[in-house]
Design a protein around this ligand. Structure first.
Ligand SMILES: *Cc1c(COP(=O)(O)O)cnc(C)c1O
Length: 387
Protein backbone atom coordinates (compact mmCIF):
# COMPACT_ATOMS: atom_id res chain seq x y z
CA UNK A 1 0.00 0.00 0.00
CA UNK A 2 1.36 3.39 -0.95
CA UNK A 3 0.30 6.68 0.55
CA UNK A 4 -3.43 7.36 0.62
CA UNK A 5 -4.57 8.75 -2.69
CA UNK A 6 -7.60 10.94 -3.13
CA UNK A 7 -9.43 11.47 -6.39
CA UNK A 8 -11.74 14.42 -6.99
CA UNK A 9 -14.45 13.49 -9.51
CA UNK A 10 -17.24 15.91 -8.60
CA UNK A 11 -16.35 18.84 -10.87
CA UNK A 12 -20.04 19.41 -11.67
CA UNK A 13 -20.72 20.37 -8.04
CA UNK A 14 -17.76 22.71 -7.80
CA UNK A 15 -14.20 23.16 -9.03
CA UNK A 16 -10.99 24.18 -7.26
CA UNK A 17 -9.80 27.74 -7.82
CA UNK A 18 -7.08 27.49 -10.45
CA UNK A 19 -3.77 28.62 -8.92
CA UNK A 20 -3.32 31.15 -11.73
CA UNK A 21 -6.70 32.63 -10.78
CA UNK A 22 -5.82 32.70 -7.08
CA UNK A 23 -2.56 34.53 -7.82
CA UNK A 24 -4.49 37.34 -9.50
CA UNK A 25 -6.98 37.58 -6.65
CA UNK A 26 -4.58 37.70 -3.71
CA UNK A 27 -3.48 41.37 -3.88
CA UNK A 28 -7.14 42.46 -3.77
CA UNK A 29 -7.62 41.12 -0.25
CA UNK A 30 -4.92 43.17 1.43
CA UNK A 31 -2.74 45.70 -0.43
CA UNK A 32 -5.38 46.65 -2.99
CA UNK A 33 -8.39 46.46 -0.67
CA UNK A 34 -10.23 49.56 -1.90
CA UNK A 35 -13.95 49.92 -2.39
CA UNK A 36 -14.61 50.25 -6.12
CA UNK A 37 -17.24 52.93 -5.37
CA UNK A 38 -14.69 55.19 -3.62
CA UNK A 39 -13.53 57.11 -6.64
CA UNK A 40 -11.94 59.95 -4.65
CA UNK A 41 -8.63 58.16 -4.05
CA UNK A 42 -6.10 55.69 -5.41
CA UNK A 43 -7.45 52.71 -3.45
CA UNK A 44 -10.93 53.04 -4.88
CA UNK A 45 -9.67 53.68 -8.39
CA UNK A 46 -7.37 50.67 -8.24
CA UNK A 47 -10.32 48.46 -7.26
CA UNK A 48 -12.57 50.05 -9.87
CA UNK A 49 -10.13 49.47 -12.70
CA UNK A 50 -9.67 45.83 -11.61
CA UNK A 51 -13.46 45.37 -11.57
CA UNK A 52 -13.84 46.91 -15.02
CA UNK A 53 -11.04 44.74 -16.43
CA UNK A 54 -12.77 41.66 -15.01
CA UNK A 55 -16.10 42.83 -16.41
CA UNK A 56 -14.54 42.91 -19.89
CA UNK A 57 -13.14 39.39 -19.39
CA UNK A 58 -16.47 38.01 -18.15
CA UNK A 59 -18.36 39.73 -21.00
CA UNK A 60 -15.94 38.39 -23.62
CA UNK A 61 -16.49 34.72 -22.83
CA UNK A 62 -20.21 34.98 -23.72
CA UNK A 63 -19.86 37.54 -26.51
CA UNK A 64 -21.54 40.29 -24.46
CA UNK A 65 -20.80 43.99 -24.11
CA UNK A 66 -19.04 45.07 -20.92
CA UNK A 67 -21.98 47.05 -19.56
CA UNK A 68 -24.30 44.07 -20.00
CA UNK A 69 -22.65 42.23 -17.07
CA UNK A 70 -24.13 42.55 -13.56
CA UNK A 71 -22.01 40.92 -10.83
CA UNK A 72 -23.90 38.85 -8.25
CA UNK A 73 -23.01 36.31 -5.56
CA UNK A 74 -23.48 33.33 -7.91
CA UNK A 75 -25.85 31.71 -10.34
CA UNK A 76 -28.61 31.30 -7.75
CA UNK A 77 -28.75 35.04 -7.18
CA UNK A 78 -28.48 35.77 -10.91
CA UNK A 79 -31.44 33.48 -11.54
CA UNK A 80 -33.40 35.19 -8.76
CA UNK A 81 -32.70 38.62 -10.25
CA UNK A 82 -33.54 37.49 -13.78
CA UNK A 83 -36.80 35.69 -13.01
CA UNK A 84 -38.16 37.82 -10.18
CA UNK A 85 -36.77 41.00 -11.73
CA UNK A 86 -38.57 40.45 -15.05
CA UNK A 87 -41.76 39.14 -13.43
CA UNK A 88 -42.02 41.96 -10.91
CA UNK A 89 -41.47 44.59 -13.57
CA UNK A 90 -44.17 43.01 -15.77
CA UNK A 91 -46.49 42.55 -12.75
CA UNK A 92 -48.34 39.65 -14.38
CA UNK A 93 -47.99 37.14 -17.18
CA UNK A 94 -46.92 33.68 -18.26
CA UNK A 95 -43.50 32.06 -17.89
CA UNK A 96 -42.25 28.90 -19.60
CA UNK A 97 -39.60 26.68 -18.04
CA UNK A 98 -38.85 22.97 -17.80
CA UNK A 99 -39.18 20.24 -15.17
CA UNK A 100 -35.44 19.45 -15.24
CA UNK A 101 -34.18 22.96 -14.46
CA UNK A 102 -31.97 23.61 -11.44
CA UNK A 103 -33.85 24.03 -8.14
CA UNK A 104 -32.99 27.74 -8.18
CA UNK A 105 -35.15 28.16 -11.30
CA UNK A 106 -37.83 25.67 -10.28
CA UNK A 107 -38.42 27.02 -6.79
CA UNK A 108 -38.41 30.62 -8.03
CA UNK A 109 -40.99 29.69 -10.69
CA UNK A 110 -43.12 27.85 -8.13
CA UNK A 111 -43.00 30.92 -5.93
CA UNK A 112 -44.04 33.14 -8.86
CA UNK A 113 -46.91 30.73 -9.48
CA UNK A 114 -48.08 31.19 -5.88
CA UNK A 115 -47.90 34.95 -6.46
CA UNK A 116 -50.31 34.73 -9.41
CA UNK A 117 -48.05 34.25 -12.42
CA UNK A 118 -48.87 31.45 -14.83
CA UNK A 119 -46.04 28.97 -15.28
CA UNK A 120 -45.71 26.14 -17.80
CA UNK A 121 -43.20 23.43 -16.86
CA UNK A 122 -42.28 21.67 -20.11
CA UNK A 123 -41.70 17.91 -19.84
CA UNK A 124 -38.62 16.10 -21.20
CA UNK A 125 -38.13 12.80 -22.99
CA UNK A 126 -36.18 9.84 -21.55
CA UNK A 127 -32.89 11.55 -22.42
CA UNK A 128 -33.76 14.87 -20.82
CA UNK A 129 -34.47 16.65 -24.12
CA UNK A 130 -37.34 19.11 -24.62
CA UNK A 131 -39.57 19.14 -27.68
CA UNK A 132 -39.12 22.42 -29.56
CA UNK A 133 -42.54 22.34 -31.21
CA UNK A 134 -44.06 21.96 -27.76
CA UNK A 135 -42.16 25.09 -26.68
CA UNK A 136 -43.44 26.89 -29.75
CA UNK A 137 -47.02 25.84 -28.95
CA UNK A 138 -47.13 26.87 -25.29
CA UNK A 139 -45.95 30.43 -25.91
CA UNK A 140 -48.99 32.71 -26.02
CA UNK A 141 -49.82 36.42 -25.94
CA UNK A 142 -49.42 36.45 -22.14
CA UNK A 143 -45.92 34.93 -22.19
CA UNK A 144 -43.26 37.27 -20.85
CA UNK A 145 -40.27 34.95 -20.52
CA UNK A 146 -38.83 31.52 -21.26
CA UNK A 147 -36.21 30.18 -18.83
CA UNK A 148 -34.31 27.11 -20.06
CA UNK A 149 -30.85 25.92 -19.09
CA UNK A 150 -27.96 25.40 -21.52
CA UNK A 151 -26.93 22.03 -20.06
CA UNK A 152 -28.27 19.98 -17.19
CA UNK A 153 -26.10 19.61 -14.10
CA UNK A 154 -27.47 16.18 -13.15
CA UNK A 155 -27.49 14.36 -16.48
CA UNK A 156 -25.31 16.56 -18.71
CA UNK A 157 -27.86 16.95 -21.52
CA UNK A 158 -27.55 20.07 -23.67
CA UNK A 159 -30.66 22.01 -24.62
CA UNK A 160 -30.74 23.45 -28.17
CA UNK A 161 -30.08 27.00 -26.97
CA UNK A 162 -29.88 28.67 -30.36
CA UNK A 163 -33.15 27.09 -31.56
CA UNK A 164 -34.83 28.12 -28.28
CA UNK A 165 -33.52 31.67 -28.79
CA UNK A 166 -34.93 31.72 -32.31
CA UNK A 167 -38.40 30.71 -31.10
CA UNK A 168 -38.32 33.31 -28.31
CA UNK A 169 -37.27 36.11 -30.64
CA UNK A 170 -39.93 35.09 -33.17
CA UNK A 171 -42.58 35.79 -30.49
CA UNK A 172 -40.77 38.70 -28.84
CA UNK A 173 -40.52 36.82 -25.55
CA UNK A 174 -37.51 37.20 -23.24
CA UNK A 175 -35.12 34.25 -23.06
CA UNK A 176 -33.28 33.63 -19.79
CA UNK A 177 -30.66 30.88 -19.94
CA UNK A 178 -29.05 29.23 -16.90
CA UNK A 179 -25.70 28.49 -18.55
CA UNK A 180 -23.84 27.70 -15.32
CA UNK A 181 -22.68 24.27 -16.53
CA UNK A 182 -21.70 25.37 -20.02
CA UNK A 183 -19.62 28.54 -19.75
CA UNK A 184 -15.98 27.57 -19.86
CA UNK A 185 -16.80 24.13 -21.31
CA UNK A 186 -18.34 25.00 -24.68
CA UNK A 187 -18.62 28.13 -26.77
CA UNK A 188 -21.82 30.11 -26.22
CA UNK A 189 -22.49 33.50 -27.78
CA UNK A 190 -25.44 35.44 -26.37
CA UNK A 191 -26.05 37.39 -29.58
CA UNK A 192 -25.90 34.39 -31.91
CA UNK A 193 -28.32 32.55 -29.61
CA UNK A 194 -30.74 35.48 -29.09
CA UNK A 195 -30.30 35.30 -25.31
CA UNK A 196 -31.66 38.26 -23.33
CA UNK A 197 -30.58 37.16 -19.84
CA UNK A 198 -27.93 34.62 -18.89
CA UNK A 199 -26.80 33.36 -15.48
CA UNK A 200 -23.45 31.79 -14.63
CA UNK A 201 -21.10 31.26 -11.74
CA UNK A 202 -17.40 31.46 -10.86
CA UNK A 203 -17.02 28.27 -8.84
CA UNK A 204 -18.14 25.92 -11.63
CA UNK A 205 -15.32 27.17 -13.85
CA UNK A 206 -12.19 27.27 -11.64
CA UNK A 207 -13.01 30.66 -10.13
CA UNK A 208 -13.96 31.37 -6.52
CA UNK A 209 -17.25 30.65 -4.79
CA UNK A 210 -19.64 33.48 -4.01
CA UNK A 211 -19.31 35.30 -7.33
CA UNK A 212 -21.44 35.08 -10.44
CA UNK A 213 -22.91 37.21 -13.17
CA UNK A 214 -26.16 38.02 -14.84
CA UNK A 215 -25.93 39.15 -18.45
CA UNK A 216 -28.72 41.57 -19.29
CA UNK A 217 -28.94 42.40 -22.99
CA UNK A 218 -28.74 46.11 -23.79
CA UNK A 219 -30.41 47.75 -26.78
CA UNK A 220 -33.96 47.65 -28.02
CA UNK A 221 -36.45 46.35 -27.10
CA UNK A 222 -35.13 47.03 -23.61
CA UNK A 223 -35.00 44.24 -21.06
CA UNK A 224 -36.89 45.65 -18.08
CA UNK A 225 -35.98 44.36 -14.62
CA UNK A 226 -37.00 45.39 -11.13
CA UNK A 227 -34.02 45.50 -8.75
CA UNK A 228 -34.00 42.99 -5.89
CA UNK A 229 -31.47 44.79 -3.68
CA UNK A 230 -31.66 48.49 -3.03
CA UNK A 231 -28.98 50.71 -1.57
CA UNK A 232 -25.89 52.25 -3.11
CA UNK A 233 -27.00 51.90 -6.71
CA UNK A 234 -24.13 49.65 -7.77
CA UNK A 235 -24.38 47.52 -10.92
CA UNK A 236 -26.61 50.00 -12.79
CA UNK A 237 -28.98 50.08 -9.84
CA UNK A 238 -29.86 46.42 -10.26
CA UNK A 239 -27.73 44.95 -7.47
CA UNK A 240 -26.79 47.28 -4.66
CA UNK A 241 -23.97 46.51 -2.27
CA UNK A 242 -20.19 46.89 -2.15
CA UNK A 243 -18.66 44.77 -4.87
CA UNK A 244 -16.77 41.57 -4.04
CA UNK A 245 -13.59 42.88 -5.66
CA UNK A 246 -11.31 39.82 -5.11
CA UNK A 247 -14.12 37.51 -6.25
CA UNK A 248 -14.77 39.61 -9.34
CA UNK A 249 -11.05 39.71 -10.19
CA UNK A 250 -10.95 35.91 -9.81
CA UNK A 251 -14.06 35.43 -11.92
CA UNK A 252 -12.52 37.57 -14.66
CA UNK A 253 -9.26 35.63 -14.52
CA UNK A 254 -11.17 32.32 -14.62
CA UNK A 255 -13.10 33.46 -17.72
CA UNK A 256 -9.91 34.62 -19.37
CA UNK A 257 -8.23 31.27 -18.72
CA UNK A 258 -11.29 29.25 -19.77
CA UNK A 259 -11.49 31.23 -23.00
CA UNK A 260 -8.00 29.95 -23.87
CA UNK A 261 -8.40 26.42 -22.54
CA UNK A 262 -11.96 25.25 -23.11
CA UNK A 263 -11.57 23.77 -26.58
CA UNK A 264 -8.57 21.53 -25.79
CA UNK A 265 -9.86 20.82 -22.28
CA UNK A 266 -13.24 19.69 -23.60
CA UNK A 267 -11.71 17.28 -26.06
CA UNK A 268 -9.48 15.82 -23.31
CA UNK A 269 -12.50 15.45 -21.00
CA UNK A 270 -14.57 13.87 -23.74
CA UNK A 271 -11.86 11.21 -24.27
CA UNK A 272 -11.52 10.57 -20.52
CA UNK A 273 -15.27 10.17 -20.10
CA UNK A 274 -15.55 7.83 -23.09
CA UNK A 275 -12.74 5.73 -21.64
CA UNK A 276 -14.33 5.69 -18.18
CA UNK A 277 -17.69 4.66 -19.57
CA UNK A 278 -16.27 1.92 -21.78
CA UNK A 279 -14.35 0.44 -18.84
CA UNK A 280 -17.47 0.45 -16.67
CA UNK A 281 -19.64 -0.89 -19.45
CA UNK A 282 -17.29 -3.77 -20.22
CA UNK A 283 -17.02 -4.84 -16.56
CA UNK A 284 -20.71 -4.21 -15.83
CA UNK A 285 -22.65 -4.78 -19.07
CA UNK A 286 -25.98 -3.99 -17.43
CA UNK A 287 -24.85 -0.47 -16.54
CA UNK A 288 -26.97 2.17 -18.29
CA UNK A 289 -26.28 5.77 -19.13
CA UNK A 290 -28.66 8.54 -18.03
CA UNK A 291 -28.94 10.83 -21.03
CA UNK A 292 -27.28 10.48 -24.40
CA UNK A 293 -23.67 9.56 -25.26
CA UNK A 294 -23.47 12.51 -27.59
CA UNK A 295 -25.10 15.87 -26.85
CA UNK A 296 -23.80 15.86 -23.26
CA UNK A 297 -21.24 17.84 -21.28
CA UNK A 298 -17.81 16.41 -22.13
CA UNK A 299 -16.69 15.50 -18.59
CA UNK A 300 -20.11 14.37 -17.40
CA UNK A 301 -21.04 10.77 -16.64
CA UNK A 302 -24.33 9.75 -15.02
CA UNK A 303 -25.24 6.09 -15.02
CA UNK A 304 -26.84 3.37 -12.96
CA UNK A 305 -26.13 -0.28 -12.37
CA UNK A 306 -29.40 -2.12 -11.66
CA UNK A 307 -29.42 -3.41 -8.09
CA UNK A 308 -26.49 -1.32 -6.93
CA UNK A 309 -27.03 0.99 -3.94
CA UNK A 310 -25.39 4.27 -4.94
CA UNK A 311 -25.38 5.60 -1.37
CA UNK A 312 -23.46 2.51 -0.29
CA UNK A 313 -20.97 2.91 -3.16
CA UNK A 314 -20.28 6.51 -2.15
CA UNK A 315 -19.86 5.40 1.48
CA UNK A 316 -17.49 2.60 0.48
CA UNK A 317 -15.34 4.91 -1.62
CA UNK A 318 -14.40 7.70 0.80
CA UNK A 319 -11.22 8.32 -1.22
CA UNK A 320 -13.14 9.16 -4.39
CA UNK A 321 -15.30 12.27 -4.47
CA UNK A 322 -18.34 11.55 -6.59
CA UNK A 323 -22.05 12.03 -6.12
CA UNK A 324 -25.25 10.10 -6.42
CA UNK A 325 -27.97 11.70 -8.53
CA UNK A 326 -27.24 15.34 -7.79
CA UNK A 327 -25.31 17.17 -5.12
CA UNK A 328 -28.40 19.20 -4.27
CA UNK A 329 -30.73 16.24 -3.92
CA UNK A 330 -28.28 14.47 -1.62
CA UNK A 331 -29.44 16.96 1.02
CA UNK A 332 -32.96 15.62 0.78
CA UNK A 333 -34.61 12.25 0.81
CA UNK A 334 -36.65 12.78 -2.33
CA UNK A 335 -35.37 11.14 -5.52
CA UNK A 336 -33.84 13.33 -8.20
CA UNK A 337 -36.50 15.43 -9.97
CA UNK A 338 -34.45 15.26 -13.17
CA UNK A 339 -34.18 11.47 -13.33
CA UNK A 340 -37.84 11.16 -12.31
CA UNK A 341 -38.84 13.49 -15.16
CA UNK A 342 -36.84 11.31 -17.57
CA UNK A 343 -38.93 8.33 -16.52
CA UNK A 344 -36.37 6.53 -14.36
CA UNK A 345 -37.94 4.45 -11.62
CA UNK A 346 -37.04 4.81 -7.96
CA UNK A 347 -34.67 1.80 -8.00
CA UNK A 348 -32.68 3.04 -10.97
CA UNK A 349 -32.45 6.48 -9.39
CA UNK A 350 -31.17 4.85 -6.20
CA UNK A 351 -28.50 3.11 -8.29
CA UNK A 352 -27.36 6.26 -10.09
CA UNK A 353 -23.85 7.65 -9.73
CA UNK A 354 -22.69 10.96 -11.14
CA UNK A 355 -19.03 11.49 -12.00
CA UNK A 356 -17.74 14.90 -13.03
CA UNK A 357 -14.30 15.09 -14.60
CA UNK A 358 -12.47 18.37 -14.97
CA UNK A 359 -9.31 20.34 -15.61
CA UNK A 360 -7.08 18.32 -13.28
CA UNK A 361 -8.49 14.85 -13.99
CA UNK A 362 -6.01 12.34 -15.43
CA UNK A 363 -6.18 9.07 -17.33
CA UNK A 364 -4.68 7.36 -14.31
CA UNK A 365 -7.50 8.69 -12.09
CA UNK A 366 -10.13 7.58 -14.56
CA UNK A 367 -8.71 4.05 -14.62
CA UNK A 368 -8.63 4.01 -10.82
CA UNK A 369 -12.27 5.19 -10.55
CA UNK A 370 -13.42 2.54 -13.04
CA UNK A 371 -11.46 -0.19 -11.27
CA UNK A 372 -12.77 0.70 -7.81
CA UNK A 373 -16.42 1.08 -8.83
CA UNK A 374 -16.43 -2.13 -10.86
CA UNK A 375 -14.70 -4.13 -8.11
CA UNK A 376 -17.22 -2.84 -5.58
CA UNK A 377 -20.20 -3.59 -7.78
CA UNK A 378 -18.98 -7.12 -8.37
CA UNK A 379 -18.23 -7.51 -4.66
CA UNK A 380 -21.74 -6.42 -3.76
CA UNK A 381 -22.91 -9.65 -5.31
CA UNK A 382 -23.61 -8.07 -8.63
CA UNK A 383 -22.24 -10.99 -10.63
CA UNK A 384 -25.68 -11.89 -11.90
CA UNK A 385 -25.87 -8.62 -13.82
CA UNK A 386 -23.19 -9.88 -16.17
CA UNK A 387 -25.64 -12.36 -17.63
C1 LIG B 1 -24.41 25.12 -9.61
C2 LIG B 1 -25.55 25.51 -10.44
C3 LIG B 1 -26.38 26.58 -10.08
C4 LIG B 1 -26.17 27.36 -8.80
O1 LIG B 1 -24.99 28.10 -8.85
P1 LIG B 1 -24.40 28.83 -7.55
O2 LIG B 1 -23.38 29.76 -8.10
O3 LIG B 1 -23.81 27.75 -6.72
O4 LIG B 1 -25.51 29.54 -6.88
C5 LIG B 1 -27.43 26.89 -10.92
N1 LIG B 1 -27.65 26.21 -12.05
C6 LIG B 1 -26.88 25.18 -12.44
C7 LIG B 1 -27.18 24.47 -13.71
C8 LIG B 1 -25.81 24.79 -11.64
O5 LIG B 1 -25.05 23.76 -12.02
Amino acid sequence: MGSQRFVYADYLATTPVDKRVLAEMLPYFSEKFGNSSSSTHLYGNQALSAVEKARREVARIIGARTREIIFTSGATESIDLALNGVAEYAESGHIVTCVTEHEAVLQTCEDLQRRGFLVTFLPVDCNGCINLSELDEVINSQTIMVSLMAANNEVGTFHPVSEIGEICSKYGVLFHCDATQVIGKAGLDVRECNIDLLSFSGHKMYGPKGIGALYVRSGKPRVRLKARTLGGGQERGLRAGTLNVPGIVGFGAACNLAGDLWASESSKLFDLRVSLWSQIKSALPKAELNGLEVNRLPGHLSFFVPGLDAVQVVAELPDIALSFGAACSSNSDSPSHVLTAMGRNIDDIGSTLRIGLGRFSTEDEVNYIAERICALAINFGMKEIEN
